[in-house]
Design a protein. Structure first.
Length: 338
């Protein structure tokens, strides 16, 4: 899955939800002295975290990847044709990751026009190189031009030739991992980087409904029976133990998922099961936890249909088209920069 499978080295600038800190040390100091305690989701994605995330996307409970892929399998040709509008399509992807579902879209574009130029943007050079190598081997009509950048900060796209249009892929419900106001400003920033007639293809996980997707369906996706998501969440502590010489005992923390109805979001936390003091040597710091206290590690907002249209429109994207699975669990939008 896209955005978040990047490996981020400790010396890399912070990405995603973080706006001020630049190192893992500063980030952790700030997050664990805050009240309530938080750690930013980019800390998940070292190499082990990226592998665990890839496993999450294959879990039976994690319907998002499966459903989004099924929507692409059915409708990618129509999506690519609408985005191209009779011109040549250039495909940009922000937060590209393993680019697995992307291949359905790229294949549809290649069927339509032959050669396709593909510009994945990610913070991780190694993830991009891997994706490029695989595409070169398996889809020779795709010409891959990776760009290492943090799309939440500086998104500069290479200019298009005459007769070309861009479609920017922002899939995997990555938009849900931003606060709504951040999501809106991200879309506005994206609009500024585009030309009129370019478009965005947005994958969005939908809020539960009375007669369809239940809250239990939703929480199961983030709390699977095999415990992979729990391991993914706790990998953050493993990383702090390794990189900052901390002494978190993994068994005294539990993976907790909460559905926050008021905010329409899934929250992921690490809950301390006992009163305890954690030592973080590299920060020369002790952190006290009361039993039941949590570290908030991730949000995943779930949108209602009308809200996405509104957000797109106020960011300068018009004529939204929408595709959904039969049960209405997940939606893919295509909207045009006006
Ligand atoms: N955007 C996806 C989602 O919210 C991917 C994701 C981000 C995720 N963080 C996660 C999935 C943590 C599982 C656990 O579902």
């Amino acid at each position: 899955m896209a955005t978040l499978s990047a490996e981020i080295l400790p010396s890399d600038p912070c990405v995603l939800l973080d706006t001020s800190c630049t190192t893992i040390a500063e980030t952790v100091r700030e997050g664990l002295t805050a009240s309530p305690k938080t750690l930013p989701p980019w800390l998940f994605y070292d190499r082990d975290g990226s592998d665990l995330f890839d496993r999450i996307t294959q879990l039976p409970e994690y319907y998002l990847t499966r459903i989004e892929r099924s929507i692409f399998a059915a409708d990618a040709p129509e999506m690519m044709a609408l985005a191209a509008c009779g011109e040549k399509l250039r495909v940009v992807e922000i937060g590209a990751g393993s680019a697995d579902k992307t291949r359905l879209l790229l294949a549809a574009a290649a069927d339509m026009q032959g050669r396709v130029s593909y510009h994945p943007v990610d913070v991780s050079e190694s993830a991009l190189e891997e994706a490029k190598e695989r595409l070169q081997r398996e889809m020779p009509e795709i010409h891959c031009h990776p760009q290492v950048a943090d799309y939440t900060r500086d998104l500069r796209l290479t200019p298009c030739f005459d007769g070309e249009r861009r479609v920017v892929l922002f899939i995997g419900s990555s938009i849900g991992n931003f606060l709504p106001e951040e999501a809106s400003s991200l879309l506005r920033g994206l609009r500024l980087a585009l030309d009129r007639g370019d478009s965005i293809l947005l994958g969005v996980d939908l809020a539960p409904t009375a007669d369809g997707k239940s809250i239990a369906n939703l929480t199961a996706a983030y709390d699977d029976g095999a415990g992979v998501t729990a391991q993914f969440n706790k990998n953050m502590l493993v990383r702090l133990n390794r990189e900052l010489d901390a002494d978190f005992d993994l068994d005294s923390f539990a993976h907790r998922i909460r559905w926050n109805e008021d905010e329409s979001r899934i929250e992921m936390h690490l809950e301390s099961l006992i009163d305890q003091r954690i030592r973080i040597d590299a920060l020369d710091m002790n952190v006290e936890f009361a039993a039941g206290e949590t570290i908030h590690t991730e949000n995943s907002y779930k949108y209602r249909i009308g809200e996405v249209e509104k957000m797109l429109q106020s960011a300068g994207f018009g004529h939204p088209q929408r595709w959904r699975d039969e049960d209405g669990w997940f939606a893919v939008y295509l909207a045009q920069a006006e």
